[in-house]
Design a protein around this ligand. Structure first.
Ligand code: HEM
Length: 190
């Protein structure tokens, strides 16, 4: 079953050890020992059913791309690698909420900010294939969610400095002025 819906469940169990939870902007998430990433078959399924109650659980769904051009997509597909590489023992879970002002913009205005003025895709491309990623949308779930996006990244320990540089570049961009909540959760595979 190829699920598009994923639950990120923090608690006592899970294959990822949570090393650090850092509130970059706005309210943090509670510290927890472990994280499990669970593909859910139906949206009604309870995350972590049959286990101890989670400390927190976030949900998001993968979706079609909104902003990439044909050329950008070709470059991304040529360079990117998938999740689950044996060497990628480090991960980052970065849930993000953007402001009402962002969502009030039109699609073409958002694209101008995201790429023409912030170079999100151009910057990101420089970090492929070292960083593998998956973007999940939360607004499409139809239920009130604490974040708009859940981003997930996997990389080798040697690429931690590069990942931090990437974050520095993105957080300095005009696009990030529209980020009103961001939590940076770092993990290591057990
Ligand atoms: C590894 C390098 C990265 C690449 C290649 C990359 C690429 C992309 C692309 C192509 C999109 C647009 C998808 C679409 O067309 O809908 C996107 C969106 C997004 N990325 Fe990245 N990205 C990278 C790193 C990051 C990082 C480190 C973060 C978080 C700290 C991040 C957060 C987001 C978010 C939240 C969106 C959705 C923006 C929106 O729809 O408003 N990305 N990324």
């Amino acid at each position: 079953m190829n699920s598009r819906l994923f639950s990120f469940v923090a608690g006592e169990t899970g294959p990822w050890h949570i090393e650090r939870v850092l509130a970059v902007k706005g309210e943090s998430l509670a510290a927890a020992p472990c994280l499990d990433v669970i593909p859910s078959v139906t949206s009604g399924e309870e995350p972590g059913r049959g286990r101890l109650p989670p400390m927190w659980a976030l949900r998001g769904i993968t979706s079609n791309e909104r902003y990439v051009t044909h050329e950008e997509k070709r470059s991304l597909v040529a360079k990117q690698q998938g999740l689950g590489r044996p060497d990628s023992t480090c991960a980052a879970l970065i849930p993000i909420r953007k402001s009402e002002a962002w969502w009030a913009l039109s699609q073409d205005e958002r694209r101008k900010i995201l790429e023409d003025r912030s170079a999100h895709i151009r910057i990101g491309l420089n970090y492929l294939p070292a960083i593998a990623r998956r973007l999940h949308h939360c607004r499409d779930l139809g239920t009130p969610e604490p974040f708009d996006f859940i981003t997930w990244f996997e990389f080798a320990p040697a690429d931690i400095p590069a990942f931090d540089r990437l974050l520095g570049e993105l957080r300095a961009s005009e696009e990030w002025q529209y980020v009103e909540r961001e939590v940076d959760v770092r993990l290591v595979r057990k």
